[in-house]
Ligand binder design. Structure first.
Ligand code: UD1
Length: 422
């Protein structure tokens, strides 16, 4: 610990799904320090409060403006203090490069605590470095806190599953979002004392930014308003579906990707399907010659009806969207079809029907109490699941326990308590 009860914390972000999970923690640290600065007596009190020095490290796993910078702006995340600029590569190359570059940062900064979130390669790479570092002859190293611990798909063919398991087993503080996480960690022999059920920081972001997202103009840009015109004109939102696909297991093999697209045809013939396309998926659909399923639409021409004659049942490809635009689109969709992990949770919180195009989920709470159903990846499975979600009257669901916007503060309370013990 630095002098004057100052504790240094490094938070790692690298890829798109990290940003909304880390943003509330960064905001909670800032608020903690502001409270302390506003009442210096807290610092001198017997049960003194810690001053938190925060260093934000971006690995650069994602680097396109649309995959990274826009999220910093939308989520009010400060500019990273350190940018490792790693970029894309094979799993081994990317993980190794992050490790090499992050080790230098860790040795220079010597933090008391490292916060890693989620399950991407950046999460595991930085965890491995911190678990083996030694700042002095006593082998001093930072505590490692893993936010979103304990999730398991039980599918080791999924790169994220390997990242989740290894990160959890190296971490010192494990922050869990749902009950299955508690069970999984217990069954893997992780001591209960390391595990803290805190809720979901991604939902902290959703609740904090929902109103702002509702003011986005994306529905107009994509002509998803029913402008009836004339007196008493209405501006109701059109009935549309929102699609995301980027899992290597879904888009990297031609046959699998084709099956999914054919399974979605019934849906795209019944309503507009908006598809903000991930760079990996864009490359694959071009490589496989699947352009016939899509038309490109970046909302350049405003006005008009939501279902133009150009639609003819094709899926509407749009550029990857920022956080606020995407949240707005999700909130108003009739159904969301996805293979993302986080979107299963966000739709559950919003009460929007979700179809997950995967055989398994590491987030079973979204199926158990939320709005999610697992469709698998067969044509028929996708057809049936989307039909079911669109025809059943509004899906009844509840929001999982502790998904209440206060998770980051709970995490910070545990962190301060544990660091004081050290
Ligand atoms: C990564 C995560 C995945 C997460 C996803 C969200 C891992 C193992 N996977 O997958 O868990 O759901 O992010 O998006 O960490 N690319 C660009 N621009 C970018 C970033 C990537 O064009 O800014 C392209 C590159 O061709 C790259 C490919 O996308 O090779 C894949 O990027 P990568 O970070 O390796 O994996 P994702 O598929 O994005």
């Amino acid at each position: 610990m630095e002098p004057n009860n100052t504790v240094k914390i490094i938070t790692i972000v690298g890829a798109r799904p990290n940003f909304m999970k880390a943003a509330p923690i960064i905001a909670a640290i800032r608020k903690h320090n502001e409270r302390l600065a506003a009442s210096p007596d807290l610092q001198n009190a017997e049960d003194s409060q810690l001053t938190l020095r925060h260093v934000l490290v971006h690995t650069g796993q994602h680097y396109d403006e649309a995959m990274s910078d826009r999220f910093f702006a939308d989520l009010n995340i400060p500019k990273p203090d350190v940018h490792l600029g790693v970029g894309s590569g094979s799993h081994a190359a990317q993980t190794a490069e992050i490790m090499k570059r992050f080790e230098e940062v860790l040795l220079r900064e010597r933090p008391d605590l490292l916060v890693v979130v989620g399950d991407v390669n950046s999460t595991l790479a930085c965890t491995l470095v911190a678990a083996k570092i030694s700042f002095d002859a006593n082998g001093t190293r930072p505590l490692i806190a893993h936010v979103e611990a304990g999730l398991r798909s039980f599918d080791r063919g999924m790169p994220e599953e390997i990242n989740r398991i290894l990160t959890d087993h190296a971490a010192d503080l494990l922050f869990v979002t749902e009950e299955s996480g508690l069970r999984n960690l217990h069954e893997e022999g992780i001591p209960d004392g390391k595990v803290h059920f805190v809720g979901n920081t991604m939902i902290d972001s959703l609740l904090a930014f929902r109103d702002k997202a509702d003011r986005s103009d994306i529905l107009d840009k994509l002509r998803l308003r029913n402008h009836s015109g004339g007196h008493g004109s209405t501006n109701a939102t059109a009935r549309y579906a929102l699609l995301t696909l980027h899992r290597p297991s879904n888009v990297d093999q031609r046959e699998t990707f084709l099956n999914i697209l054919e399974g979605l045809q019934e849906l795209s013939q019944s309503c507009p399907v908006i598809f903000p396309v991930h760079p990996r998926t864009q490359k694959k659909l071009t490589e496989f010659g699947f352009e016939r399923f899509f038309r490109t639409d970046n909302g350049s021409h405003q006005g008009g009806s939501p279902r133009s004659t150009q639609d003819d049942g094709r899926i509407r490809l749009v550029e990857p969207l920022g956080y606020l635009d995407f949240l707005c689109l999700m909130g108003h969709a009739a159904v969301v079809v996805t293979d993302s992990g986080g979107i299963q949770e966000e739709t559950t919180c919003l009460g929007v029907p979700c179809v997950t195009v995967r055989e398994n989920t590491e987030r079973p709470i979204t199926v158990k109490v939320g709005t999610n159903i697992l469709a698998g990846t067969s044509k028929e499975g996708i057809r049936q699941a989307t039909r079911r979600q669109l025809t059943s009257s509004r899906v009844s669901s509840t929001v999982p326990e502790a998904w209440d916007g206060k998770s980051a503060q709970r995490i910070l309370d545990v962190i301060c308590r544990e660091i004081k013990k050290k």
